[in-house]
Design a protein around this ligand. Structure first.
Ligand SMILES: Cc1cc2nc3c(=O)[nH]c(=O)nc-3n(C[C@H](O)[C@H](O)[C@H](O)COP(=O)(O)OP(=O)(O)OC[C@H]3O[C@@H](n4cnc5c(N)ncnc54)[C@H](O)[C@@H]3O)c2cc1C
Length: 370
């Protein structure tokens, strides 16, 4: 069994994989632990696979900066390594007159975040671009796109392995203890409970990341690290809807999400979602009674959609730092030196645009571990 290692990464979702790949390039002995039998079985495989442009987030926030940087890195990586992706563009629409102001504000926010390619469109211009859409106005984001997330996860995993990273699956981290200048990490696998020592611990545990911080001794209430689970469901549309619309179509955001959007995946499936509502526990089933809500939301700007054509598809859960009534919360990506835990790097609240930002997040963490 392991005695002492340099870097222990908890979690083999996109963030843990990208971080492992990044750190390994600095030639350190890196181990990734995941409680599941393989990588990417949680939030990283239960999302929209959208490459976000970086419009929605306050300027200078980590979400804005890392999304814009990550988007460019991701397109470049997909291009160089033949990972399927498509810069199809996104049209954010204002179905009602009174939502046009919101669209203008969003345009302004995007510009503040460094996006100079956004275009405000009139009702006629929206129709010229996407004849099926009903909207009073639109905001075109040409740099948004879609990609094959499973392909990215496999690529990062195999690259990291080639670079010497060791993956330890079926192994749950159950304790993190400060041990002089290092950390004693307790794990449970099918052989029982054991422990090893690591110089640096990187907490990429997604929906469990607040609990990992707590295990290490951080007061998560005081630090504001307590996560709230926010579920997002998807419904698919009948195959006759394929190729009707070429772009991603987003409505005004809901309080906890970007709104029920239209997306044609790379494999041709047309999907509506995700919804956004807070839940107490992790359950990935899709409630069929929510179909009506999806239909009504989509119908506002997709008048051709019919209720009978919707079928339950899948669901994911967002690890949110903000509760139902809270304002914006940024990603937490921090070395806990100030809290008395140097070398403990917490990544908490890595919800959307975490996928888009993953490669930039990994660079950010890489600078902390050097
Ligand atoms: C509905 C939905 C739609 C989304 N759409 C988009 C989108 O279109 N674009 C975008 O950019 N982002 C999107 N996101 C956000 C994106 O999916 C996440 O930011 C990203 O996947 C988070 O990756 P992660 O590695 O932090 O977490 P995860 O993928 O959840 O990985 C965490 C890993 O940690 C492991 N783990 C947990 N606890 C332990 C433990 N104690 N011991 C060992 N291992 C442990 C888990 O098994 C898991 O494999 C969406 C999210 C949701 C929910």
């Amino acid at each position: 069994m392991l005695a002492e290692i340099d870097v222990a990464i908890i979690g083999a979702g996109v963030i843990g994989l990208a971080t492992a790949h990044q750190i390994a390039q600095g030639r350190k002995a890196v181990y990734v632990f995941d409680k599941n039998r393989t990588f990417g079985l949680e939030t990283s495989s239960r999302n929209s696979e959208v490459i976000h442009a970086g419009i929605y987030y306050p300027e200078d926030s980590l979400k804005a900066r890392l999304c814009v940087e990550g988007k460019n890195l991701l397109y470049d990586l997909c291009d160089r390594h033949n990972i399927p992706c498509k810069k199809c563009g996104k049209l954010i629409v204002a179905p009602d007159e009174n939502e046009i102001r919101w669209l203008q504000d969003l345009h302004e926010q995007g510009r503040k975040n460094g996006l100079d390619d956004l275009v405000l469109l009139s009702r006629t211009e929206v129709r010229q671009l996407e004849p099926g859409i009903e909207a009073r106005a639109g905001l075109l984001s040409p740099s948004s796109g879609i990609f094959d997330c499973h392909n990215l996860l496999s690529f990062l995993h195999s690259q990291a392995r080639e670079e010497g990273v060791k993956f330890v699956f079926g192994t749950e981290v159950i304790g993190i203890e400060r041990a002089s200048a290092k950390y004693k990490v307790h794990i449970r696998d099918r052989d029982g409970i054991s422990a090893f020592v690591a110089r640096v611990v990187v907490n990429c545990a997604g929906l469990n990341s607040d609990r990992m911080a707590q295990l290490a001794g951080i007061d998560i209430d005081k630090s504001g690290y307590q996560l709230h689970y926010c579920k997002g469901e998807y419904f698919s549309l009948d195959s006759r809807y394929r190729n009707l619309i070429t772009r991603l179509i987003y409505p005004p955001p809901e309080q906890a999400g970007h709104g029920i959007h239209w997306r044609q995946a790379l494999d041709g499936r047309v999907l509506l979602g995700p919804s956004a509502y807070y839940v107490e526990s992790i359950d990935y089933s899709v409630d069929e009674t929510h179909k009506e809500y999806f239909y009504t939301s989509a119908k506002r700007f997709l008048p051709f959609v019919e209720l009978k054509d919707l079928a339950p598809e899948s669901a994911g859960i967002r690890p949110k730092l903000q509760g139902p009534h809270d304002g914006f919360r940024d990603f937490v990506i921090t070395d806990e030196e100030k809290a008395g835990f140097p070398g403990l790097i917490n990544l908490i609240g890595i919800e959307s645009p975490g996928l888009t930002a993953a490669l930039a997040i990994a660079r950010f963490v890489g600078r902390m571990t050097s």
